[in-house]
Design a protein around this ligand. Sequence first.
Ligand SMILES: CC(C)(COP(=O)(O)OP(=O)(O)OC[C@H]1O[C@@H](n2cnc3c(N)ncnc32)[C@H](O)[C@@H]1OP(=O)(O)O)[C@@H](O)C(=O)NCCC(=O)NCCS
Length: 327
Amino acid sequence: MTGTSVALELRPFEPGRDFPGAVDLISDTNAHDAGQDWYPTVESLMMEWAVRPGFDPARDAVVVEDEGRIVAGGTMDWRERAGRIIHSSTIWVLPEWRRRGLGRRILAWLEARARASLLDGTGGPPELPHVLNAGIETSNIASAAFAAGAGYAPVRYGFQMRRPLDLPIPDVPMPAGLEVRPVEPAQIRAIWEADSEAFQDHFEPRAPTEAEFERFTADPDCDISLWLVAWDGDEVAGSVLNGIYPHENAATGIEMGWLDHVSVRRQWRGRGLAKALIVRSLALLRERGMEMAVLGVDAENPTGALQVYEGFGFRPYRRWATLRKPF
Ligand SMILES: CC(C)(COP(=O)(O)OP(=O)(O)OC[C@H]1O[C@@H](n2cnc3c(N)ncnc32)[C@H](O)[C@@H]1OP(=O)(O)O)[C@@H](O)C(=O)NCCC(=O)NCCS
């Protein structure tokens, strides 16, 4: 069927009935494409696609249905990053429906939606520069060819790294004067603010807005007993926010524990704090029954994070590209 275009219609996503179909679409597509570990549940997708200024599924998501089954779809959302508005598209086409023009039609719908959002006031501050964005796993030939054909070019690369937890975990002492204490819910805000501040040195850091904080705390899998936070008195010096996603682990068959955020505030850098928190994270994830530690890192991280992870036995196993296209 390759090359045969199809007459199926695109229609807006309907939040009242389409979540289960979208979960199946995303899971079935990701199971087929190496490099995608996202297997949402209806509950987690509803959280991920909760209405916020930059995204409303009824407005910014599109699906293609065939005999009651969602066979393709996509989303467009925007975020403010480093003084620019980044409009990001994501597209899923079931393997048996590929090469029939659905991806191209969905992308045209999403780009038109982003342009319309600038005119109708739902697309973020119009005075800031706006850009179109997509992310691909670089070994995925279909998405790389598709995105290049649509005019998207890479601007930045990142790695996903992993490290088996049955390898020995080295001993690294906590720097003098700092201590790790169990996290209490009342401290979440301060920990998030410290993490946001430390990430200002990162590529296109997130803006520390209320909306971002709400998103951060809404994750149903968020488990603060996995967070390792180093305190200097009552100040956060640095943290590793670890996460375990049982649904994804069940789908991939690998017990993975994520070092989701590793951050040390500037004032406490250069004393070995990140290393001390990383080895404690490895031990904690192993105690919780995980077999593999995983993390994502920007390939050009100016603080040398990649080398630190390599030193602890993490190795890149996936390479992500951030792609951009002028508005
Ligand atoms: C990438 C993806 C969305 C493409 O969907 P699709 O419906 O097959 O794409 P289209 O049929 O509209 O293809 C448009 C063009 O992309 C290119 N393309 C798509 N798949 C390709 C492949 N496997 N090899 C080479 N070129 C490819 C071709 O130029 C194609 O035009 P042509 O068929 O006239 O030659 C689909 O493969 C997919 O869902 N992949 C997994 C999810 C993903 O990576 N999404 C992010 C994309 S930015």
